[in-house]
Design a protein around this ligand. Structure first.
Ligand code: ATP
Ligand code: MG
Length: 451
């Protein structure tokens, strides 16, 4: 009796479901003109076939914030099979979530069918692991059930060209105004269903400059070990979104703050007490952010080389102290750290090979006599290795000097290059350090990248 009274009191104080909020066309700043032609075509074709269709997720969120969405996702009540008939050359992909990739011209629009509650479906359509993790989630539902299956309120806003309204079932518009990442439903349960949501909370907070709402943030440190249950390949994809989305340095800080980082990069995390290792990590991420801002090419190989280097270097030093010669010491250290990382986040071969080359070149860059310098400068990975060397010098891992020598070498003509190498042999140039002094300590700018 008492329990019934308490629960009805709770219900009275806080309505269980505030109901949808429909924000009419004149009350929001989102315009059809901001949406890609392909996404509009997909919506129109679905609507003409008698289905509902909405833009949802990052597209709506980023437009409301005045940004430029990187893509548009469409949600509909058509099943993937029904939608497939409407788009020539479209494909159904995914197992955990079956979605349709609708191709319009060069653009691919992800079309997802409204999700329902798991309890509504057959056992084979929704499955959970012993940790509460959702293995399959293909139970279909309506707009409202779809909204509450999404991760954060700001990601659960729907916009349709049928009336031009925004539909908000979870308070997403309020959270956009308050700049908050808030999990829909009970945060711990939702993280257990899909631990990648922990990384997504941090990713959106860093990208949007939002705070993570207290109840959404508080389970993170305790549940962080669940990341170990995620397939390394999925984690690799997620790591790229986290660290190569233009806000890597901030993301790194938040991942450390919520104790998620050491589950992604344990070998890096173990070195962060060393100021040079922390600085290398930060600078590598900051440089990546800066390059993305300048629309320059960035590669996971370089970033992974930097993140794993402090551990490789520490291991290498240990082996050197035991008398292992430099080359095998580096090779063994690289092998050990790389395979330990692979257990956490996969790294495709096309990135591990250049990563190893960047490390190997660190041993070769000091060796510049005869024709070696010229040959090294023609190595396909020279530019990345040179940038990496500068990074190591900047964070104080090694003394400055060699980087400056290579900067000058790249700017020199053939004759000057030969002279630089001859100077080395005479032992009167330790690698640019002497000359820098004569230029009142100012660094010369790095030569422009060849890209
Ligand atoms: P962006 O594309 O800018 O990174 P996004 O919000 O569009 O951000 P996507 O990964 O493209 O993110 O996912 C699209 C939408 O699908 C999200 O906005 C969210 O509503 C839903 N979603 C994606 N992943 C999950 C998840 N793990 N759990 C619940 N909902 C999810
Ligand atoms: Mg998206």
């Amino acid at each position: 009796m008492l329990n019934t009274l308490i629960s009805s009191f709770k219900r009275w104080r806080k309505p269980a479901n505030p109901g949808p909020r429909v924000i009419a066309r004149n009350d929001h700043n989102l315009s059809r003109r901001d949406i890609s032609r392909a996404a509009l075509t997909v919506m129109k074709r679905l609507q003409e076939a008698g289905f509902e269709a909405y833009i949802v997720g990052g597209g709506v969120r980023d437009l409301l914030l005045g940004g430029h969405p990187k893509d548009f996702d469409v949600a509909t009540n058509a099943t993937p099979e029904e939608a497939k008939h409407l788009f020539r050359g479209s494909r159904i992909v995914g197992r955990r979530f079956r979605i349709l990739h609708a191709r319009i011209g060069r653009e691919v629009i992800e079309v997802t069918t409204f999700r329902g509650h798991h309890s509504d479906g057959e056992e084979h359509e929704a499955q959970q692991s012993e940790h509460g993790m959702l293995l399959r989630d293909n139970v279909y539902g309506d707009l409202e059930s779809d909204a509450i299956r999404r991760d954060f309120t700001v990601n659960a806003l729907y916009y349709t060209t049928d009336g031009f309204a925004i539909h908000d079932y979870t308070g997403g518009v309020r959270d956009i105004e308050q700049r908050l990442i808030r999990m829909i439903g009970d945060p711990a349960t939702r993280y257990k269903e899909d631990p990648v949501r922990m990384l997504r909370a941090v990713r959106f907070a860093a990208k949007l400059g939002f705070d993570i709402e207290d109840k959404t943030a508080s389970p993170l440190p305790e549940l962080a070990p669940l990341l170990r249950n995620i397939a390394p390949a999925r984690l690799f994809d997620e790591v790229l979104k986290l660290l190569m989305g233009g806000h890597g340095e901030r993301t790194f800080e938040l991942l450390c703050q919520y104790q998620l980082w050491h589950h992604l990069f344990p070998d890096n995390a173990a070195q962060l007490d060393n100021p040079a290792a922390l600085e290398l990590t930060r600078r590598a991420l900051r440089n990546t952010d800066e390059r993305i801002r300048q629309e320059l090419r960035v590669t996971p190989a370089f970033l992974y080389a930097a993140l794993l280097w402090p551990a490789v270097n520490a291991e290498q030093q240990k082996l050197l102290a035991r008398g292992t010669p430099p080359l095998p010491a580096l090779a063994q250290a690289a092998q050990k750290v790389t395979s330990s990382q692979l257990a956490h986040t996969a790294i495709p071969k096309r990135f591990t090979i250049p990563m190893r080359e960047i490390w190997d070149l660190q041993l070769r860059l000091p060796q510049r006599s005869g024709s070696r310098a010229q040959r090294l400068s023609e190595h396909p990975r020279f530019r990345a290795a040179y940038d990496f060397l500068l990074l190591r010098e900047e964070c104080g891992e090694i003394a400055a000097g060699l980087g400056q020598w290579w900067t000058e070498f790249q700017q020199a003509d053939d004759e000057q290059r030969q002279q630089m190498v001859r100077n080395l042999q005479r032992g009167n140039d330790n690698g640019g350090g002497n000359r820098r002094g004569s230029r009142s300590g100012r660094r010369r700018r790095r030569p422009k990248a060849a890209e």
